[in-house]
Design a protein around this ligand. Structure first.
Ligand SMILES: [Zn+2]
Length: 378
């Protein structure tokens, strides 16, 4: 395991998604070439040491520091408004194109540019292009969870941005310049006063619009990077001679909490809601394996979900036919299939306990839990 794998942010964990990554980012699974390369070759300028010696040097420095191979293509494109860089990768290919805008290059010095280049390389290295896109989903829960993932991916990439440029200050300066669009001439780099802005934002209960953003806000990103630089693991790996203030896992948890303070707990609440609905309807599915909701099972249900819910479940079942009950169960599990793996595992674990106490023959109970496991995509 190299440093890049070691420093991936705890909440950027692809094993929680319904995808499998390639063993190694340089592996080529298919030959699909993106149209992007054709388009870029005809409309943008490819970075070579002859045409852009400084940018080329910055790229070389990054790969040397990251200790990985460079088989990526870098382009500069005229865009005087956008400060962002972009990594465009075919998910199953072995390469990627990284596009730097003219505004970005004008704005940043060499060291700062290195942090942005390394950040984009990280998206390729971590195979973030394989993550499902929130924009391609229509399910609210899935959208919220995927956006959470997208923000977590940025935290990972920022770390590699920092390692790739070798300077915390250059990374933070790059973030400030990109966010404000302003150059050294106007900015004073007093980081504690930017963190005051974060405190102020939290005090006014954050910015709920960020719930729908693919990136965390720049204040959270700066703070996340500072905390990362204070971790025991970082200081040990890079022999900084300093002692860390906490373990990386602890830093990651602090970062997650801090981001939540800004965007709110909406994702947690929504997920909890889906989990509890899945537990309720999953229980019903298990209890009805023998087509009967026995007195004993009703008592078990009451113990788990309370009086009120038991009453409304009983009156629903009185009016509904078996088919519409099944539709309700299937829809609930379809929605639950968009949760993270750990939530899905919890649901199935809890429901498996019911199999042991429910009435009916063991075979059909086992079949029910097997079906629920398939429907929830585990
Ligand atoms: Zn990014």
């Amino acid at each position: 395991m190299n440093n890049l794998d070691k420093f991936r942010y705890l909440y950027d964990d692809p094993s929680q998604l319904n995808i499998s990554l390639k063993k190694d980012p340089y592996e080529k699974v298919n030959d699909f070439k993106s149209n992007n390369l054709n388009q870029l070759l005809s409309t943008s300028v490819k970075v070579t040491k002859e045409i852009f010696p400084d940018i080329n040097k910055a790229i070389e420095n990054v790969f040397k520091r990251l200790k990985i191979d460079n088989n990526l293509n870098f382009f500069v494109t005229a865009n005087h408004i956008q400060t962002q860089a972009l990594c465009s990768a075919m998910p199953l290919g072995d390469s990627a194109e990284i596009i730097l805008t003219s505004k970005l290059i004008e704005l940043l010095n060499g060291n700062e540019l290195e942090s942005v280049i390394a950040h984009e390389v990280a998206h390729f290295y971590y195979q973030h292009a394989l993550y499902p896109q929130a924009s391609s989903s229509t399910n609210r829960i899935e959208i919220l969870n995927l956006l959470n993932f997208s923000r977590a991916a940025e935290i990972s990439a920022d770390r590699i941005g920092f390692i790739g440029c070798g300077s915390l200050e250059a990374s933070l300066r790059a973030m400030l310049k990109i966010t404000s669009g302003l150059s050294d001439k106007y900015l004073k780099f007093n980081f504690s006063s930017y963190l005051d802005q974060l405190r102020e934002l939290k005090e006014i209960k954050g910015d709920k619009n960020l719930l729908y953003s693919t990136h965390p806000n720049f204040l959270n990103r700066m703070q996340a990077l500072i905390w990362f630089s204070m971790s025991n693991e970082f200081n040990k790996s890079f022999n900084t001679g300093k002692k860390g203030s906490f373990d990386l896992k602890e830093a990651d948890e602090k970062i997650n909490e801090s981001i939540k303070k800004v965007i709110g707990n909406e994702v947690d609440y929504s997920n909890k809601d889906v989990v509890s609905r899945a537990l309720m309807w999953g229980s019903i599915d298990i209890f009805l394996s023998d087509k009967k909701f026995s007195k004993k099972e009703q008592e078990l249900f009451k113990k788990n979900f309370g009086d009120k819910r038991t009453q409304s479940m009983l009156s629903f079942m009185k009016m509904a036919n078996p088919k519409s009950i099944q539709v309700k169960i299937d829809n609930t599990f379809k929605e639950a299939s968009t949760l993270l793996k750990k939530d899905k595992e919890n649901i199935i674990n809890e429901l498996s306990k019911l199999v042991k106490v429910a009435d009916g023959d063991q075979n059909s109970l086992n079949n029910t839990i097997k079906k629920l496991k398939t429907n929830i995509k585990l």
